[in-house]
Design a protein around this ligand. Sequence first.
Ligand code: 3PG
Ligand code: MG
Length: 405
Amino acid sequence: MALRTIESLGDLRGKRVIVRCDLNVPLDGGTITDDGRIRASLATLRELLDAGARVVAISHLGRPDGKPDPQYSLAPVAIRLAELLDAPVAFAGDTVGADADEAVALLEDGRMTLLENLRFNADETSKDKDDRESFAKQLAGYGEAYVADGFGVVHRKQASVFELAELLPSAAGRLVETELGVLERLTKDPAKPFTVVLGGSKVSDKLGVIDALLPQVDRLLIGGGMLFTFLKAQGYEIGKSLLDEDGLKEARRYLKEAGERGVELVLPTDVVVAERFSADAKHVVAPAHAIEETEFGANGLGLDIGPETATRFAELIASSTTVFWNGPMGVFELAPFAAGTKTVAEALTKVSGLGVVGGGDSAAAIRQLGFTDDQFGHVSTGGGASLEFLEGKKLPGLEVLGWHR
Ligand code: 3PG
Ligand code: MG
């Protein structure tokens, strides 16, 4: 069945429309370091405001502990939203409470408010459906319709994503429509060779993804924090580099399976090893099998793929017709360890077919490294969501909008 879109909600003039965005942007203190997700949310918000709707925007930010925590406030996001929209955005200091009640009551046609972080309320992410439903009911009181535009959370069965969508007439926003369209191109008969590049530090998250992707792809390139678990699985010593003990067994299995399936599982042949985790740390390039043989011995810390690996990855990417990339290749935030990520990003801009950057971290990385979104086929706002899509998992936030595989 097809995704319901905004058209299905009819004339929205004067109606209160709750828009679930993913405004989960990286913050340094109160400063937004990458506003990509805010920009990605503008199309739907503008369209609804232009249609005369009274927009009640909701979002999470980070993972606060189910209670208010000022470091996760959406207040800086409201300011940035207003700048980008060039329109006032009333910010409510709570999600459901006196402030939110007032902000919603004061809304005029074509105006919007942003409510405080959904995850300041424990029921938003509760495992208990009754908890989530009771919170969703409170939220539903603020709207007559619901638009789901937070693509980055469609894999989460959370109150504002799932239960709320059941309570009101609901439809997908433009961002979710666009993201889904691109992911469907990746899964329905992608043009070959199809290469997936995985990196990032959330090792155990990614191991499951590899399992699901092995049968679908021609080449799987592994960089980022998880590469060390694979090197360890091959029997190499990895010094103080990131290791997922629990993932070791799985990594061994994937190495074996890739061979059996004829998938090219490409691991780094060299890495950048540092004395410690710091931008000014001494560092050298070492063969992947000799991380502990540098001057830092067993204290060596792998922080990026090496230049030989980066060149090999770049060749494999640029010669593919379809590429999906999730997760930085190294600690790109620190300049000496950004080269691998930069080389991979550069190669992705040269893909002849469809090159997709998936995920908040990878998207932030390309922008920080000086690339612009339009150099790529698509820059996705959802990391976990797009991976789970590719894995073939159930996506509650899409199914509740009428979409099924
Ligand atoms: C993300 O950053 O991946 C999305 O905003 C979802 O956040 P979460 O992983 O904390 O649910
Ligand atoms: Mg995430």
